[in-house]
Write a protein that binds this ligand. Structure first.
Ligand SMILES: *[C@@H]1O[C@H](CO)[C@@H](O)[C@H](O)[C@H]1NC(C)=O
Length: 295
């Protein structure tokens, strides 16, 4: 039997709505200080994430940008029913393991193959482009098939503001809608969702979202997980094609985090950007007219 079939057989039966006690997660870390108090490598590491990609014309670290026109990223996530969405470590996480692949051609032309694990969200965004922060960042986490213990994470931004989504409250983003974030929010009691897990009956339309992404510009650098223990094992692939969504779609994420008085003193679930420390950030092409900073 093929490994894929064995995997499918091992998948747990579908769970529709598992309620669990109010204590959301039993993890010991939190976002009260936006990550400043996290221990270990989170404090001492020199290759940490997220970062501000130094695009702004007045950013002294712009010299760290290196052009690498041969870089490329391809993601393949075939039709897969019954993805489970869970509240894990202060984020919404969807399991996308089992089928699919990500291929990344790096600045040296080396082809890396990866298999999907999960995707999750940060609001507001963790990475920034030229000092600009976005309303929502998705991380699709992949495991390297070439180097044991190494991960590849693809970052995609979403934003409901007029600049990215147009006027009249933008267009509903069907991918975001499929994650049922509003159902977690509707279940909130005393500032925390009482539902911990939902299963998506239909397909998670991830492939449709990814097929539409403009990957003519991508950025790549070596960094870390953005949550404890901040392991420096991540090959980051940032896709700066900001996706449109509606205002109420971001408001559902914010209801659980940034706008929840119980969450983190008005902060979202984003770690602050980390020093670049001399790392190179590879750009498929270096923008000639960088965006001015908005700070
Ligand atoms: C957040 O984590 C820190 C460090 O573990 C802890 O001291 C603090 O009490 C936590 N705060 C909340 C609100 O849980």
């Amino acid at each position: 039997m093929s490994p894929v079939l064995i995997l499918l057989l091992l998948l747990p039966p579908l769970i529709t709505a598992v309620s669990s006690p109010l204590q959301a997660s039993s993890t010991t870390w939190n976002y009260t200080l936006q990550g400043k108090d996290w221990p270990g490598l989170c404090q001492t590491g020199l290759r940490q994430s997220p970062i501000n990609v130094p695009l702004a014309h007045d950013d002294g670290e712009r010299a760290q940008l290196k052009e690498a026109g041969g870089m490329d990223v391809r993601m393949w996530h075939p039709y897969q029913k019954g993805n489970v969405v869970s509240l894990v470590h202060n984020t919404i996480q969807a399991d996308v393991s089992g089928l699919g692949q990500m291929v990344f051609v790096n600045q040296h032309g080396t082809v890396g193959q990866y298999e999907p694990m999960q995707l999750h969200f940060h609001a507001p965004s963790e990475h920034m482009y030229g000092g600009k922060q976005y309303e929502l960042e998705m991380h699709i986490v992949y495991k390297s098939l070439d180097i044991e213990g190494k991960l590849g994470v693809v970052s995609v931004m979403f934003d409901s503001r007029e600049e990215y989504s147009g006027v009249n409250n933008g267009k509903s983003n069907t991918f975001i809608e499929s994650l049922k974030v509003r159902e977690f929010v509707k279940s909130m009691v005393n500032g925390a969702p009482s539902i911990q897990q939902l299963s998506i009956e239909n397909e998670l339309p991830l492939m449709r979202l990814l097929q539409r992404l403009d990957t003519s510009q991508i950025y790549h650098y070596d960094g870390s997980l953005t949550t404890p223990v901040c392991s420096e094992v991540v090959s980051w692939v940032l896709i700066p094609d900001i996706q449109a969504m509606q205002k109420d779609q971001i408001q559902y994420f914010n209801a659980m985090w940034k706008d929840s008085p119980q969450f983190a003193n008005g902060y979202g679930n984003n770690r602050l950007t980390q020093p670049i420390n001399g790392r190179h950030i590879y750009a498929k092409s270096i923008p000639i007219n960088p965006l001015p900073t908005n700070s």
